[in-house]
Design a protein around this ligand. Structure first.
Ligand code: ADP
Length: 504
Protein backbone atom coordinates (compact mmCIF):
# COMPACT_ATOMS: atom_id res chain seq x y z
CA UNK A 1 0.00 0.00 0.00
CA UNK A 2 1.30 3.45 -0.91
CA UNK A 3 2.12 5.71 2.07
CA UNK A 4 -0.64 8.16 2.99
CA UNK A 5 0.16 11.62 1.73
CA UNK A 6 -2.56 13.85 3.02
CA UNK A 7 -5.63 14.34 5.17
CA UNK A 8 -8.42 16.85 4.55
CA UNK A 9 -9.89 18.84 7.46
CA UNK A 10 -13.28 20.44 6.70
CA UNK A 11 -14.38 23.32 8.95
CA UNK A 12 -18.08 24.22 8.51
CA UNK A 13 -18.29 27.72 10.01
CA UNK A 14 -21.07 30.29 10.29
CA UNK A 15 -19.82 32.58 7.54
CA UNK A 16 -17.95 30.09 5.35
CA UNK A 17 -16.64 26.55 5.01
CA UNK A 18 -12.88 26.09 4.85
CA UNK A 19 -11.33 22.85 3.67
CA UNK A 20 -7.64 22.37 4.27
CA UNK A 21 -5.27 19.66 3.04
CA UNK A 22 -2.65 18.72 5.63
CA UNK A 23 0.40 16.50 5.25
CA UNK A 24 0.75 13.66 7.76
CA UNK A 25 3.14 15.91 9.70
CA UNK A 26 0.45 18.59 10.09
CA UNK A 27 1.91 20.89 7.41
CA UNK A 28 -0.72 22.84 5.44
CA UNK A 29 -0.56 21.87 1.75
CA UNK A 30 -3.60 23.61 0.28
CA UNK A 31 -6.93 25.18 1.19
CA UNK A 32 -10.22 26.50 -0.18
CA UNK A 33 -12.72 28.81 1.51
CA UNK A 34 -16.24 29.58 0.22
CA UNK A 35 -18.70 31.85 2.03
CA UNK A 36 -22.49 31.81 2.33
CA UNK A 37 -25.06 34.17 3.80
CA UNK A 38 -26.75 34.17 7.19
CA UNK A 39 -30.41 35.04 6.60
CA UNK A 40 -32.49 37.17 8.97
CA UNK A 41 -36.11 36.46 7.94
CA UNK A 42 -37.30 38.12 11.13
CA UNK A 43 -35.52 40.32 13.70
CA UNK A 44 -33.33 38.11 15.88
CA UNK A 45 -33.47 35.12 13.53
CA UNK A 46 -30.28 33.77 11.90
CA UNK A 47 -30.74 30.92 9.43
CA UNK A 48 -28.84 29.22 6.63
CA UNK A 49 -29.70 26.96 3.70
CA UNK A 50 -28.39 23.44 4.51
CA UNK A 51 -28.36 22.36 0.86
CA UNK A 52 -26.24 25.40 -0.06
CA UNK A 53 -23.77 24.56 2.72
CA UNK A 54 -23.66 20.90 1.57
CA UNK A 55 -22.74 22.00 -1.98
CA UNK A 56 -20.10 24.37 -0.59
CA UNK A 57 -18.57 21.56 1.50
CA UNK A 58 -18.19 19.41 -1.64
CA UNK A 59 -16.73 22.32 -3.64
CA UNK A 60 -14.22 23.36 -0.95
CA UNK A 61 -12.83 19.82 -0.66
CA UNK A 62 -12.32 19.72 -4.41
CA UNK A 63 -10.77 23.22 -4.34
CA UNK A 64 -8.42 22.42 -1.46
CA UNK A 65 -7.14 19.22 -3.09
CA UNK A 66 -6.58 21.12 -6.36
CA UNK A 67 -4.77 23.89 -4.43
CA UNK A 68 -2.45 21.32 -2.82
CA UNK A 69 -1.42 19.97 -6.23
CA UNK A 70 -2.20 16.42 -5.03
CA UNK A 71 -4.64 13.95 -6.56
CA UNK A 72 -7.85 12.83 -4.82
CA UNK A 73 -6.32 9.34 -4.49
CA UNK A 74 -3.55 10.83 -2.29
CA UNK A 75 -6.10 11.72 0.40
CA UNK A 76 -6.04 9.03 3.10
CA UNK A 77 -9.05 10.38 5.00
CA UNK A 78 -11.24 13.33 5.85
CA UNK A 79 -12.22 14.82 9.24
CA UNK A 80 -14.96 17.37 9.97
CA UNK A 81 -15.22 20.34 12.29
CA UNK A 82 -18.45 22.33 12.51
CA UNK A 83 -19.90 25.29 14.37
CA UNK A 84 -21.95 24.20 17.38
CA UNK A 85 -25.67 24.48 18.12
CA UNK A 86 -27.25 24.43 14.61
CA UNK A 87 -30.65 22.72 14.25
CA UNK A 88 -32.43 21.34 11.18
CA UNK A 89 -35.66 19.31 11.22
CA UNK A 90 -35.41 16.61 8.52
CA UNK A 91 -37.66 13.88 7.14
CA UNK A 92 -36.60 10.22 6.92
CA UNK A 93 -34.86 10.68 3.57
CA UNK A 94 -32.84 13.59 4.92
CA UNK A 95 -34.75 16.42 3.26
CA UNK A 96 -34.70 19.60 5.32
CA UNK A 97 -38.11 20.68 6.64
CA UNK A 98 -36.63 23.84 8.16
CA UNK A 99 -33.58 25.99 7.38
CA UNK A 100 -30.49 25.44 9.51
CA UNK A 101 -31.25 27.55 12.60
CA UNK A 102 -27.83 28.73 13.80
CA UNK A 103 -26.35 29.51 17.22
CA UNK A 104 -26.88 33.22 16.50
CA UNK A 105 -30.67 32.78 16.28
CA UNK A 106 -32.52 34.22 19.28
CA UNK A 107 -36.12 33.10 18.53
CA UNK A 108 -36.32 30.67 21.45
CA UNK A 109 -35.67 33.27 24.18
CA UNK A 110 -39.00 32.54 25.90
CA UNK A 111 -38.49 28.76 25.82
CA UNK A 112 -34.94 29.17 27.19
CA UNK A 113 -36.19 31.31 30.06
CA UNK A 114 -38.90 28.80 30.91
CA UNK A 115 -36.54 25.81 30.78
CA UNK A 116 -34.05 27.68 32.96
CA UNK A 117 -36.75 28.40 35.53
CA UNK A 118 -38.39 24.96 35.54
CA UNK A 119 -35.59 22.56 34.53
CA UNK A 120 -32.39 24.49 35.32
CA UNK A 121 -30.71 21.27 36.56
CA UNK A 122 -30.29 20.17 32.95
CA UNK A 123 -27.29 22.54 32.68
CA UNK A 124 -25.38 20.68 35.39
CA UNK A 125 -25.76 17.35 33.58
CA UNK A 126 -25.35 18.54 29.97
CA UNK A 127 -22.84 21.39 30.44
CA UNK A 128 -24.67 23.59 27.91
CA UNK A 129 -25.96 26.90 29.30
CA UNK A 130 -29.72 27.03 28.68
CA UNK A 131 -29.85 29.79 26.09
CA UNK A 132 -31.55 30.35 22.70
CA UNK A 133 -28.24 29.50 21.01
CA UNK A 134 -28.65 25.76 21.70
CA UNK A 135 -30.93 23.16 20.04
CA UNK A 136 -32.89 22.24 23.21
CA UNK A 137 -34.95 25.49 23.39
CA UNK A 138 -35.04 25.61 19.57
CA UNK A 139 -36.82 22.24 19.41
CA UNK A 140 -39.26 23.45 22.09
CA UNK A 141 -39.84 26.57 19.95
CA UNK A 142 -40.56 24.44 16.86
CA UNK A 143 -43.01 22.28 18.80
CA UNK A 144 -44.91 25.37 19.96
CA UNK A 145 -44.67 27.52 16.84
CA UNK A 146 -44.36 25.19 13.83
CA UNK A 147 -46.25 22.08 14.97
CA UNK A 148 -46.50 20.67 11.42
CA UNK A 149 -42.73 20.74 10.84
CA UNK A 150 -42.20 19.40 14.38
CA UNK A 151 -44.60 16.49 13.82
CA UNK A 152 -43.22 15.67 10.37
CA UNK A 153 -39.59 15.64 11.51
CA UNK A 154 -38.02 12.18 11.59
CA UNK A 155 -34.88 13.67 13.15
CA UNK A 156 -33.56 16.91 14.60
CA UNK A 157 -29.96 17.29 13.47
CA UNK A 158 -27.04 19.70 13.11
CA UNK A 159 -25.54 20.88 9.84
CA UNK A 160 -22.73 18.34 10.27
CA UNK A 161 -25.16 15.42 10.63
CA UNK A 162 -26.99 16.68 7.54
CA UNK A 163 -23.76 16.67 5.52
CA UNK A 164 -22.66 13.25 6.84
CA UNK A 165 -26.09 11.69 6.15
CA UNK A 166 -26.11 12.91 2.56
CA UNK A 167 -22.58 11.56 2.04
CA UNK A 168 -23.02 8.17 3.75
CA UNK A 169 -26.72 7.60 4.57
CA UNK A 170 -26.05 7.26 8.33
CA UNK A 171 -27.49 9.45 11.11
CA UNK A 172 -24.52 9.80 13.49
CA UNK A 173 -23.22 12.67 15.61
CA UNK A 174 -19.90 13.04 17.42
CA UNK A 175 -19.96 13.47 21.21
CA UNK A 176 -18.61 17.00 20.84
CA UNK A 177 -21.42 18.40 18.62
CA UNK A 178 -23.98 16.28 20.53
CA UNK A 179 -22.92 17.71 23.87
CA UNK A 180 -23.53 21.26 22.59
CA UNK A 181 -27.22 20.48 21.90
CA UNK A 182 -28.02 20.84 25.59
CA UNK A 183 -29.48 17.32 25.54
CA UNK A 184 -26.47 15.03 26.10
CA UNK A 185 -25.60 13.87 29.63
CA UNK A 186 -21.84 14.38 29.97
CA UNK A 187 -21.14 11.56 32.40
CA UNK A 188 -22.77 8.82 30.28
CA UNK A 189 -22.47 10.48 26.82
CA UNK A 190 -26.07 9.46 26.15
CA UNK A 191 -29.22 11.55 25.58
CA UNK A 192 -30.56 13.01 28.83
CA UNK A 193 -34.10 11.85 29.74
CA UNK A 194 -35.22 15.14 31.27
CA UNK A 195 -33.87 17.18 28.34
CA UNK A 196 -35.69 14.89 25.88
CA UNK A 197 -38.92 15.28 27.86
CA UNK A 198 -38.56 19.07 27.86
CA UNK A 199 -37.89 19.05 24.10
CA UNK A 200 -40.92 16.80 23.64
CA UNK A 201 -39.07 14.10 21.70
CA UNK A 202 -37.72 10.57 22.12
CA UNK A 203 -34.10 9.57 21.56
CA UNK A 204 -34.88 7.93 18.20
CA UNK A 205 -35.48 11.43 16.79
CA UNK A 206 -31.82 12.28 17.43
CA UNK A 207 -28.72 10.71 15.83
CA UNK A 208 -26.64 7.88 17.29
CA UNK A 209 -23.78 9.32 19.38
CA UNK A 210 -20.24 8.25 18.36
CA UNK A 211 -16.64 9.21 19.16
CA UNK A 212 -14.85 11.79 17.03
CA UNK A 213 -12.67 9.03 15.56
CA UNK A 214 -15.74 7.10 14.30
CA UNK A 215 -15.15 6.00 10.72
CA UNK A 216 -17.65 6.14 7.84
CA UNK A 217 -17.06 4.20 4.62
CA UNK A 218 -18.83 4.06 1.26
CA UNK A 219 -19.31 7.64 0.15
CA UNK A 220 -22.12 8.13 -2.38
CA UNK A 221 -20.39 8.14 -5.80
CA UNK A 222 -21.90 11.38 -7.14
CA UNK A 223 -20.78 13.30 -4.05
CA UNK A 224 -17.33 11.64 -4.01
CA UNK A 225 -16.93 12.78 -7.59
CA UNK A 226 -17.98 16.33 -6.71
CA UNK A 227 -15.25 16.35 -4.04
CA UNK A 228 -12.72 14.82 -6.41
CA UNK A 229 -12.15 11.89 -4.01
CA UNK A 230 -12.37 8.11 -4.55
CA UNK A 231 -15.59 6.63 -3.10
CA UNK A 232 -13.57 4.51 -0.66
CA UNK A 233 -12.05 7.58 1.08
CA UNK A 234 -13.00 7.22 4.77
CA UNK A 235 -14.47 10.10 6.74
CA UNK A 236 -14.07 10.55 10.50
CA UNK A 237 -16.72 12.43 12.46
CA UNK A 238 -14.38 14.90 14.21
CA UNK A 239 -15.87 17.41 16.65
CA UNK A 240 -17.04 20.96 17.19
CA UNK A 241 -14.99 23.94 16.02
CA UNK A 242 -14.28 25.09 19.58
CA UNK A 243 -13.07 21.72 20.86
CA UNK A 244 -10.99 21.08 17.75
CA UNK A 245 -9.47 24.57 17.86
CA UNK A 246 -7.90 23.67 21.21
CA UNK A 247 -6.30 20.61 19.59
CA UNK A 248 -5.26 22.78 16.62
CA UNK A 249 -3.49 25.40 18.76
CA UNK A 250 -1.95 22.80 21.08
CA UNK A 251 -3.89 23.77 24.25
CA UNK A 252 -4.64 20.16 25.14
CA UNK A 253 -3.47 19.48 28.68
CA UNK A 254 -5.25 20.47 31.88
CA UNK A 255 -4.54 24.11 32.72
CA UNK A 256 -3.70 25.16 29.14
CA UNK A 257 -5.92 28.05 28.16
CA UNK A 258 -6.84 28.87 24.55
CA UNK A 259 -8.04 32.40 23.81
CA UNK A 260 -9.54 32.96 20.37
CA UNK A 261 -10.67 36.42 19.28
CA UNK A 262 -12.18 36.51 15.80
CA UNK A 263 -15.50 38.24 15.13
CA UNK A 264 -16.66 36.96 18.52
CA UNK A 265 -14.34 35.51 21.18
CA UNK A 266 -13.92 32.39 23.29
CA UNK A 267 -11.80 31.16 26.17
CA UNK A 268 -11.44 27.38 26.50
CA UNK A 269 -9.51 24.86 28.60
CA UNK A 270 -9.44 21.05 28.48
CA UNK A 271 -10.20 18.91 31.52
CA UNK A 272 -10.34 15.16 32.05
CA UNK A 273 -13.72 15.22 33.80
CA UNK A 274 -16.90 17.24 33.30
CA UNK A 275 -16.99 20.51 35.29
CA UNK A 276 -19.94 22.88 35.44
CA UNK A 277 -20.21 26.22 37.20
CA UNK A 278 -22.52 26.70 40.23
CA UNK A 279 -23.45 30.07 38.69
CA UNK A 280 -23.93 28.58 35.17
CA UNK A 281 -21.49 31.07 33.63
CA UNK A 282 -19.41 28.57 31.64
CA UNK A 283 -19.95 25.65 29.27
CA UNK A 284 -18.58 22.13 29.46
CA UNK A 285 -18.59 20.07 26.26
CA UNK A 286 -17.20 16.68 25.34
CA UNK A 287 -14.14 16.66 23.07
CA UNK A 288 -13.66 12.93 22.49
CA UNK A 289 -12.97 10.00 24.81
CA UNK A 290 -12.51 11.16 28.40
CA UNK A 291 -11.65 14.73 27.43
CA UNK A 292 -13.87 17.74 27.99
CA UNK A 293 -13.62 21.40 27.26
CA UNK A 294 -14.74 24.13 29.64
CA UNK A 295 -15.00 27.77 28.74
CA UNK A 296 -17.14 30.64 27.66
CA UNK A 297 -17.92 32.50 24.45
CA UNK A 298 -18.46 36.24 24.25
CA UNK A 299 -20.43 37.93 21.45
CA UNK A 300 -18.15 40.92 21.12
CA UNK A 301 -14.65 40.30 19.78
CA UNK A 302 -13.18 41.77 16.60
CA UNK A 303 -16.66 43.01 15.70
CA UNK A 304 -15.97 45.90 18.11
CA UNK A 305 -12.98 47.05 16.04
CA UNK A 306 -15.08 46.65 12.88
CA UNK A 307 -17.85 48.77 14.44
CA UNK A 308 -15.39 51.47 15.54
CA UNK A 309 -13.98 51.55 12.02
CA UNK A 310 -17.27 51.50 10.12
CA UNK A 311 -19.63 53.39 12.40
CA UNK A 312 -17.45 55.76 14.43
CA UNK A 313 -14.34 56.47 12.32
CA UNK A 314 -15.64 55.90 8.77
CA UNK A 315 -12.60 57.29 6.97
CA UNK A 316 -9.95 55.31 8.90
CA UNK A 317 -8.58 51.81 8.28
CA UNK A 318 -8.23 49.26 11.10
CA UNK A 319 -4.46 49.80 10.97
CA UNK A 320 -4.84 53.59 11.40
CA UNK A 321 -7.11 53.08 14.40
CA UNK A 322 -4.69 50.60 15.97
CA UNK A 323 -1.75 52.99 15.44
CA UNK A 324 -3.70 55.83 17.09
CA UNK A 325 -4.71 53.60 20.02
CA UNK A 326 -1.06 52.62 20.59
CA UNK A 327 -0.29 56.27 21.48
CA UNK A 328 -2.64 56.09 24.48
CA UNK A 329 -1.39 54.52 27.72
CA UNK A 330 -2.93 51.34 29.25
CA UNK A 331 -6.27 52.13 30.92
CA UNK A 332 -7.08 54.80 28.27
CA UNK A 333 -6.66 57.51 30.93
CA UNK A 334 -9.71 56.26 32.78
CA UNK A 335 -12.07 55.72 29.84
CA UNK A 336 -13.70 52.33 30.02
CA UNK A 337 -15.82 50.37 27.54
CA UNK A 338 -18.28 47.58 28.22
CA UNK A 339 -18.27 45.97 24.75
CA UNK A 340 -21.81 44.56 24.68
CA UNK A 341 -22.73 45.87 21.23
CA UNK A 342 -24.65 42.66 20.45
CA UNK A 343 -25.76 41.70 23.96
CA UNK A 344 -23.52 39.27 25.82
CA UNK A 345 -23.17 35.57 26.49
CA UNK A 346 -20.51 34.43 29.00
CA UNK A 347 -20.07 35.29 31.74
CA UNK A 348 -23.02 37.69 32.24
CA UNK A 349 -25.58 36.01 29.89
CA UNK A 350 -27.59 39.11 29.19
CA UNK A 351 -29.09 39.63 25.71
CA UNK A 352 -30.18 43.12 26.76
CA UNK A 353 -26.68 44.31 27.74
CA UNK A 354 -25.49 47.20 25.57
CA UNK A 355 -22.17 48.84 24.73
CA UNK A 356 -21.25 51.43 27.35
CA UNK A 357 -18.44 54.00 27.39
CA UNK A 358 -17.86 55.05 30.99
CA UNK A 359 -15.75 57.84 32.44
CA UNK A 360 -15.43 60.13 29.40
CA UNK A 361 -14.07 63.60 30.19
CA UNK A 362 -12.97 66.65 28.18
CA UNK A 363 -9.45 65.26 27.87
CA UNK A 364 -10.52 62.08 26.00
CA UNK A 365 -10.12 62.09 22.23
CA UNK A 366 -10.97 59.66 19.44
CA UNK A 367 -7.91 57.49 20.06
CA UNK A 368 -8.93 57.02 23.72
CA UNK A 369 -12.28 55.65 22.52
CA UNK A 370 -10.49 53.21 20.19
CA UNK A 371 -8.11 52.09 22.91
CA UNK A 372 -10.97 51.70 25.39
CA UNK A 373 -12.84 49.66 22.73
CA UNK A 374 -9.91 47.26 22.28
CA UNK A 375 -9.40 47.03 26.04
CA UNK A 376 -13.13 46.44 26.55
CA UNK A 377 -13.03 43.33 24.34
CA UNK A 378 -10.12 42.05 26.37
CA UNK A 379 -11.84 42.84 29.70
CA UNK A 380 -14.82 40.73 28.58
CA UNK A 381 -12.43 37.91 27.65
CA UNK A 382 -10.62 38.30 30.96
CA UNK A 383 -13.87 38.10 32.91
CA UNK A 384 -14.52 34.68 31.31
CA UNK A 385 -10.95 33.64 32.15
CA UNK A 386 -11.59 34.68 35.78
CA UNK A 387 -14.74 32.50 35.92
CA UNK A 388 -12.72 29.55 34.56
CA UNK A 389 -9.99 30.15 37.11
CA UNK A 390 -12.55 29.80 39.90
CA UNK A 391 -13.70 26.52 38.37
CA UNK A 392 -10.43 24.90 37.30
CA UNK A 393 -7.57 26.85 38.90
CA UNK A 394 -5.02 29.16 37.28
CA UNK A 395 -3.89 28.66 33.68
CA UNK A 396 -0.42 27.16 33.36
CA UNK A 397 -0.08 28.29 29.75
CA UNK A 398 -2.05 30.60 27.44
CA UNK A 399 -2.30 30.24 23.66
CA UNK A 400 -3.88 32.96 21.51
CA UNK A 401 -5.37 32.74 18.02
CA UNK A 402 -7.78 34.60 15.73
CA UNK A 403 -7.74 37.86 13.77
CA UNK A 404 -6.72 40.01 16.76
CA UNK A 405 -3.24 38.42 16.85
CA UNK A 406 -2.44 40.42 13.70
CA UNK A 407 -2.13 43.53 15.87
CA UNK A 408 1.00 43.74 18.10
CA UNK A 409 -0.84 46.21 20.36
CA UNK A 410 -3.97 44.13 20.78
CA UNK A 411 -2.25 40.79 21.35
CA UNK A 412 0.15 42.35 23.91
CA UNK A 413 -2.93 43.57 25.83
CA UNK A 414 -3.86 39.94 26.49
CA UNK A 415 -0.52 39.19 28.16
CA UNK A 416 -0.65 42.46 30.10
CA UNK A 417 -4.20 41.87 31.33
CA UNK A 418 -3.60 38.25 32.30
CA UNK A 419 -0.21 39.10 33.81
CA UNK A 420 1.34 35.99 32.28
CA UNK A 421 3.13 35.05 29.04
CA UNK A 422 0.98 34.37 25.98
CA UNK A 423 2.05 32.01 23.20
CA UNK A 424 0.93 32.83 19.67
CA UNK A 425 1.17 29.50 17.84
CA UNK A 426 2.11 29.20 14.20
CA UNK A 427 -1.25 27.98 12.93
CA UNK A 428 -3.93 29.59 10.81
CA UNK A 429 -6.70 27.00 10.54
CA UNK A 430 -6.82 25.49 14.02
CA UNK A 431 -10.25 23.79 13.82
CA UNK A 432 -9.55 22.22 10.41
CA UNK A 433 -6.21 20.96 11.77
CA UNK A 434 -7.98 19.51 14.83
CA UNK A 435 -10.43 17.68 12.53
CA UNK A 436 -7.55 16.30 10.44
CA UNK A 437 -5.77 15.18 13.62
CA UNK A 438 -8.79 13.12 14.75
CA UNK A 439 -8.93 11.59 11.25
CA UNK A 440 -5.23 10.70 11.56
CA UNK A 441 -5.91 8.98 14.87
CA UNK A 442 -8.85 7.15 13.28
CA UNK A 443 -6.55 5.98 10.49
CA UNK A 444 -3.90 4.84 12.97
CA UNK A 445 -1.33 7.31 11.58
CA UNK A 446 -0.87 8.65 15.13
CA UNK A 447 -1.59 6.93 18.43
CA UNK A 448 -3.44 9.87 19.97
CA UNK A 449 -4.49 13.40 19.03
CA UNK A 450 -2.23 14.58 21.86
CA UNK A 451 0.80 13.90 19.64
CA UNK A 452 -0.27 16.79 17.40
CA UNK A 453 0.92 19.31 19.98
CA UNK A 454 4.41 18.92 18.53
CA UNK A 455 3.10 20.27 15.22
CA UNK A 456 2.09 23.60 16.68
CA UNK A 457 5.28 25.52 17.42
CA UNK A 458 5.17 28.97 19.02
CA UNK A 459 5.43 31.81 16.55
CA UNK A 460 5.91 34.29 19.39
CA UNK A 461 5.88 34.43 23.16
CA UNK A 462 4.56 37.72 24.58
CA UNK A 463 5.83 38.67 28.05
CA UNK A 464 3.51 40.69 30.32
CA UNK A 465 4.38 44.23 31.37
CA UNK A 466 3.89 44.32 35.19
CA UNK A 467 3.10 48.05 35.27
CA UNK A 468 0.34 47.67 32.65
CA UNK A 469 -0.95 44.61 34.52
CA UNK A 470 -1.33 46.66 37.69
CA UNK A 471 -3.41 49.27 35.85
CA UNK A 472 -5.55 46.64 34.13
CA UNK A 473 -6.30 44.82 37.40
CA UNK A 474 -7.72 48.07 38.72
CA UNK A 475 -9.70 48.68 35.52
CA UNK A 476 -11.06 45.12 35.69
CA UNK A 477 -12.38 45.84 39.20
CA UNK A 478 -14.32 48.89 37.97
CA UNK A 479 -15.55 46.88 34.94
CA UNK A 480 -16.78 43.96 37.06
CA UNK A 481 -18.62 46.25 39.47
CA UNK A 482 -20.25 48.14 36.59
CA UNK A 483 -21.43 44.84 35.05
CA UNK A 484 -23.09 44.00 38.38
CA UNK A 485 -24.77 47.42 38.71
CA UNK A 486 -26.12 47.86 35.20
CA UNK A 487 -28.60 45.04 34.39
CA UNK A 488 -31.65 47.11 35.30
CA UNK A 489 -30.42 50.00 33.16
CA UNK A 490 -29.55 47.59 30.33
CA UNK A 491 -33.14 46.29 30.32
CA UNK A 492 -34.44 49.87 30.30
CA UNK A 493 -32.24 51.02 27.43
CA UNK A 494 -32.87 47.85 25.38
CA UNK A 495 -36.61 48.39 25.83
CA UNK A 496 -36.25 52.02 24.76
CA UNK A 497 -34.23 50.95 21.71
CA UNK A 498 -36.97 48.50 20.74
CA UNK A 499 -39.60 51.21 21.03
CA UNK A 500 -37.49 53.68 19.06
CA UNK A 501 -36.97 50.83 16.57
CA UNK A 502 -33.20 50.88 16.51
CA UNK A 503 -31.61 47.50 15.78
CA UNK A 504 -32.03 45.20 18.77
P1 ADP B 1 -13.71 34.91 12.10
O1 ADP B 1 -12.98 33.64 11.79
O2 ADP B 1 -14.51 34.90 13.34
O3 ADP B 1 -14.48 35.47 10.95
P2 ADP B 1 -11.03 36.18 12.25
O4 ADP B 1 -10.28 35.28 13.16
O5 ADP B 1 -10.67 36.20 10.81
O6 ADP B 1 -12.60 36.02 12.43
O7 ADP B 1 -10.89 37.67 12.85
C1 ADP B 1 -11.65 38.74 12.35
C2 ADP B 1 -11.40 39.96 13.23
O8 ADP B 1 -10.03 40.30 13.19
C3 ADP B 1 -12.14 41.18 12.73
O9 ADP B 1 -13.39 41.32 13.37
C4 ADP B 1 -11.21 42.34 13.06
O10 ADP B 1 -11.65 43.11 14.16
C5 ADP B 1 -9.90 41.69 13.44
N1 ADP B 1 -8.83 42.25 12.62
C6 ADP B 1 -8.81 42.40 11.29
N2 ADP B 1 -7.66 42.99 10.90
C7 ADP B 1 -6.95 43.21 12.02
C8 ADP B 1 -5.66 43.75 12.30
N3 ADP B 1 -4.87 44.20 11.34
N4 ADP B 1 -5.27 43.78 13.57
C9 ADP B 1 -6.07 43.31 14.56
N5 ADP B 1 -7.26 42.80 14.36
C10 ADP B 1 -7.70 42.73 13.11
Amino acid sequence: MAAALAIVGIDIGTTSTKSVVFGTDGAMLGSCNIGYPLRHEQPGWAEQDPEEIFRVVLATVKGAVADSGLAGADVAGVGISAAMHSLIAVNASGQALTPSITWADGRSELQARRINAENGGIYRRTGTPIHPMSPLPKIAWLRENQPNAFAAAAKFVSIKEYVVFHLFGEWVVDTSIASATGMLALDSLSWDEEALRVAGITADRLSAVREGTYRLNGMRPAHAEAMGLPTNTPLFLGGSDGALANIGVGAIDAGELAVTIGTSAAVRMMTDRPATDPNARTFCYSVTGASYIIGGATNNGGIVLQWLKESMFGSSSAEELLTAAAKVTPGAEGLLFLPFLSGERAPIWNAEARGTFFGANLGHRGEHFVRAGLEGVMLAVLSVAEALKELAGPASEVRASGGFTKSPLWRQMLADMLGQPVIVPKVTEASALGAAVLAMQGLGLIGSWREAKAWVPADQVLEPNPRANEVYREVLGVYARLCKKLPESFAEIAGLQRRLSYRD
